[in-house]
Design a protein around this ligand. Structure first.
Ligand code: UD1
Ligand code: CA
Length: 449
């Protein structure tokens, strides 16, 4: 099959009015990746070497997103919305270039697996002319029914045109169809809009293929896999399915999730072997966690790398550009942004480390913050290897703390500290013997007046 050329046509013209959104429907995200990106990735994984995306609503934004995903993709604008066959034909130019297989996918059905697309292509390679991806619908209302007669798929009947008997059929059209490349244009050009919606139904290609004596087959997928999104509730359902898949994949790959249903992944989250994830952790986009690291409860990570054996949280926040070294510890209520925390360094409690380097095995005491922003721009803090920053210090960037240096607790450090030096920058303590008793006496007297 790999030598067969495949064109994927992705329908992404949907109006998405029920999303009630300024954003085009297919650009809404599942697992922190747009739905169209999921579909494009599945098509590519199934061997589609060419991609044609049919856009309509929000054409400019969708086109830009598609170009960013796959620079070689062609986009076509469906100006008038006259049905699914009409939408596919908007990509006529792409369809005219020879392809062994043409696969039609929906940009608003993000959960399709590459294996399913590949299964349809295998049927084409084995001699089918048209392959429909079907599914058993729990409630088939609204879907096109697959009309099977003597084991052959003879037609797809849209809900509005179906007879009461046909409405009982639960095997439905997912909207994903595959065609032998040289059959697609003749079949589509034959479709009329003589139906309830006065639309050109792509599904009529099935009856057309039968009339020409062509071979039409069905590949059955799970209902979850072909869920389409028309509103926010369906988007949330897709997200739930995505998360269930991501959790299962993480477990298979050798991570321990103590309460999998409370951990949220992004499409690109990577967990190494023997990573332990405690309950209620959120992985935003761009997170990689190395072998044996522990992500304690209630931590939120995005755009971050965590090296092997590091410990994060509980209640830690890693923001974009956080790179946590091997065996390092980022404890409770610590936020790290755009900062490298080198191997074995410790930031155990209540800190903000932004735009910084924390050197190897340095210790940053509780409550320490980098003052990285002066209201105009951001500045860098460099903490050398093995440095010890006393609790509740403020490091006013730009500033460098040399390797092995000590900073006294409660310091406000505005000047560089040389390696192995001690810096203390706070008011000196004053002790006044007996003053506490005097104060108490005075306040008692006031209370008595
Ligand atoms: C379609 C199928 C139906 C199937 C169902 C699965 C047809 C005629 N019907 O029905 O058999 O069970 O999907 O969800 O194909 N689109 C365009 N331009 C158009 C019309 C549609 O781009 O002019 C896109 C839509 O944005 C959507 C997809 O094609 O992504 C399906 O169109 P929709 O109108 O939702 O078709 P359904 O009636 O749901
Ligand atoms: Ca639909």
């Amino acid at each position: 099959m790999s030598e067969r050329g495949c064109l994927a046509v992705v329908l992404a013209a949907g109006e998405g009015t029920r999303m009630r959104s300024a954003r085009p429907k297919v650009l809404h995200a599942v697992g922190n990746r747009s739905m169209i990106a999921h579909v494009v990735a599945a098509a590519e994984a199934a061997g589609a070497g060419r991609l044609a995306v049919v856009v309509g609503n929000g054409a400019e934004k969708v086109t830009a997103a598609v170009q960013a995903l796959s620079p070689a993709a062609e986009t076509f604008v469906q100006v008038e919305r006259r049905g699914t066959a009409h939408a596919v034909l908007a990509a006529r130019e792409a369809l005219e270039a020879p392809a062994d297989d043409v696969v039609v996918l929906c940009g608003d059905a993000p959960l399709v697996r590459p294996e399913t697309i590949a299964a349809a292509r295998t049927r084409l390679a084995e001699g089918a002319d048209v392959v429909v991806v079907g599914f058993e619908a729990a409630d088939p209302t609204g879907y096109g029914r697959l009309i099977v007669d003597g084991g052959r798929l003879v037609a797809i009947r849209e809900d509005r045109e179906a007879s009461p008997a046909e409405r009982m059929v639960r095997l439905c059209n997912s909207g994903i169809l595959a065609f032998r490349g040289d059959r697609v244009l003749p079949l589509l050009d034959d479709i009329s809009d003589d139906n309830a919606k006065r639309e050109f139904y792509l599904t009529d290609a099935v009856a057309g293929a039968n009339a020409r004596g062509l071979k039409v087959e069905v590949v059955v997928a799970g209902e979850e896999e072909v869920l389409g999104v028309n509103d926010r509730a369906q988007l949330a359902r897709c997200e739930a399915v995505f998360q269930a898949r991501a959790r299962a994949a993480a477990l298979v790959a050798g991570a321990t999730l103590i309460a999998p249903e409370t951990v949220f992944f992004s499409t690109d989250t990577v967990l190494g072997r023997d990573v332990l994830v405690e309950p209620n952790v959120v992985f935003g986009p761009g997170v990689t966690v190395g072998e044996g690291a522990v992500i304690h409860a209630f931590s939120h990570l995005e755009g971050a790398t965590v090296a092997a054996g590091a410990s994060i949280g509980p209640f830690a926040r890693l923001r974009p550009g956080a790179a946590i070294g091997a065996g390092a510890r980022v404890g409770n209520f610590v936020e790290v942004k755009n900062a490298t925390v080198e191997d074995g360094a410790k930031l155990n409690h209540l800190s903000y480390i932004g735009d910084a380097r924390v050197g190897r095995a340095a210790n940053v005491g509780a409550g320490t913050i980098t003052c990285n922003y002066d209201g105009g721009s951001k500045h860098f803090t460099d903490i050398g290897a093995g440095a010890f920053i006393g609790s509740n210090s403020a490091l006013v960037a730009p500033v460098t703390i040399g390797a092995g240096a000590y900073v006294g607790s409660g310091s406000v450090i505005t000047d560089d500290v040389p390696p192995d030096a001690l810096a203390i920058a706070r008011g000196r303590q004053v002790v006044k013997e007996g003053r506490a008793g005097e104060i108490r006496a005075r306040s008692k007297q006031r209370g008595g007046e």
